[in-house]
Design a protein around this ligand. Structure first.
Ligand SMILES: Nc1ncnc2c1ncn2[C@@H]1O[C@H](COP(=O)(O)OP(=O)(O)OP(=O)(O)O)[C@@H](O)[C@H]1O
Ligand SMILES: [Mg+2]
Length: 382
């Protein structure tokens, strides 16, 4: 395997100028008065990406994800450190980056192609594919400033995936646009993976990271706090989010809740396909707290099998130790190990407490169906 992106000790600082409020006369006399603060958006980041690898980047708002991608794409220059790329790169940066809004969609496609080193003829050859993928035929000669954010992303994604890059960099835009188009983009990303290209993907959606990435990096305040297997990085990301949330809560005098463990009456998490199962979730709370209980079940390959209804399972926690029982009346899954995540969310859906891989259920199946679930289809010739 070849390293296609090599990020070495990259830091990026921004100078922020704070204007002192002043009269017009003062402004004329001292045009640059006020103070300048140096802000570190990225601190000493190092990692590499191999050909064939899809790496996710997770982090809160403002943690430096877009800044990192912009440095990799060459839109921004790191303050220190080095970035080496091998192969061609196409990027789908934040909304607003990349397109000239006064120009039409058509002109932007040519401009973007030129930026990526394609000749006019090169773009001519893929133009129809781009427009077809974007599904905005009727608006291709409209100025981009009149596009909706969904249309904008459709066109930008269509260009990025049709210019045949070795490396595709995508900043969060997969959450824009309707579900059908998102699914189409995800399909295209899968094709890219099969073709052995490298992908760097910024997203807030844990499900997307699980479904698409081989590895994930977590940024926090410009520092890289994780770089490893998706499950591990997601755990760090979620637990970190929670730590911060707890900090806020202390100020707001809210509950501090934690999930201690998940147990079964027999101590075993083995179950036969089609049978039921009961487990208990042990939760501590510092104060009385009302929220909702959520449970997720994942395959080892990172596919979400089921998430319980987060609105539909209210729990009233008392100060101290609490127990929540979960009954799964009938598990229709086929052979395999399924990871259970459990959590408490508030009424807005914000996670208050979370435990990733709180338990692993081992299902054994003796039937002959293949796949994920037993449908019990009966087939007869008519
Ligand atoms: N051009 C700039 N000048 C000054 N500060 C900047 C600039 N660009 C970004 N920043 C700051 O750097 C930090 C990181 O920003 P960045 O856009 O990389 O975050 P992000 O992780 O992509 O966040 P989000 O999830 O909201 O997209 C933020 O505090 C932001 O305000
Ligand atoms: Mg961003």
């Amino acid at each position: 395997m070849v390293t296609v992106i090599d990020v070495e000790n990259v830091s990026k600082q921004f100078k922020i100028h704070h204007e002192r409020s002043q009269s017009l006369k003062e402004r004329l006399l001292h045009p640059r008065s006020g103070s300048t603060e140096v802000f570190s958006a990225l601190s000493d980041i190092s990692f590499s990406v191999s050909s064939d690898e899809t790496v996710g980047i997770l982090g809160h708002n403002g943690s430096g994800k877009s800044t990192l991608l912009k440095c990799i794409c060459g839109v921004l220059q790191p303050t220190s450190g080095q970035i080496r790329l091998r192969g061609s790169l196409a990027a789908l940066l934040e909304l607003g980056a990349g397109f000239q809004t006064e120009l039409s969609g058509r002109d932007n496609v040519y401009l973007y192609g030129a930026m990526l080193g394609l000749s006019k003829r090169g773009v001519d050859a893929i133009f129809d594919d781009i427009v077809a993928f974007s599904e905005i035929e009727h608006f291709i000669d409209t100025q981009v400033k009149f596009y909706s954010s969904g249309m904008y992303v459709r066109l930008a994604f269509a260009v990025a995936v049709n210019v045949d890059p070795d490396i595709l960099v995508v900043d969060e835009v997969l959450t824009v646009g309707d579900e059908r188009f998102q699914a189409k983009c995800v399909d295209r990303i899968r094709t890219f993976q099969e073709e052995g290209r490298s992908i760097l993907l910024v997203t807030h959606q844990a499900d997307q990271v699980r479904a698409l990435c081989d590895r994930a990096i977590v940024l926090d305040g410009g520092l890289m706090i994780a770089n490893g297997p998706v499950q591990d990085s997601l755990r760090i990301f979620r637990e970190h989010l929670l730590e911060d949330a707890v900090e806020h809560d202390r100020v707001g005098h809210q509950a501090e809740v934690s999930i201690d463990s998940v147990t079964t009456p027999t101590g075993s998490f083995d179950v036969r396909s089609g049978a039921g199962m009961h487990f208990d979730v042990h939760i501590s709370s510092h104060t009385a707290y009302s929220g909702n209980f959520v449970m997720e079940l994942f395959t080892r390959a990172g596919m979400l099998v089921s998430r319980s209804d987060a609105q539909g399972s209210p729990v009233n926690l008392k100060p101290g130790a609490n127990q929540v029982g979960v009954d799964l009346p009938q598990i229709p899954l086929l052979d395999g190990v399924y990871d259970v995540n459990v959590g408490i969310v508030d009424y807005h859906g914000t996670v208050i407490a979370w435990k990733e891989q709180a338990a692993s259920i081992q299902v054994t199946y003796n039937g002959r169906e293949g796949g994920l679930v037993e449908l019990g289809a009966s087939i007869r010739q008519l």
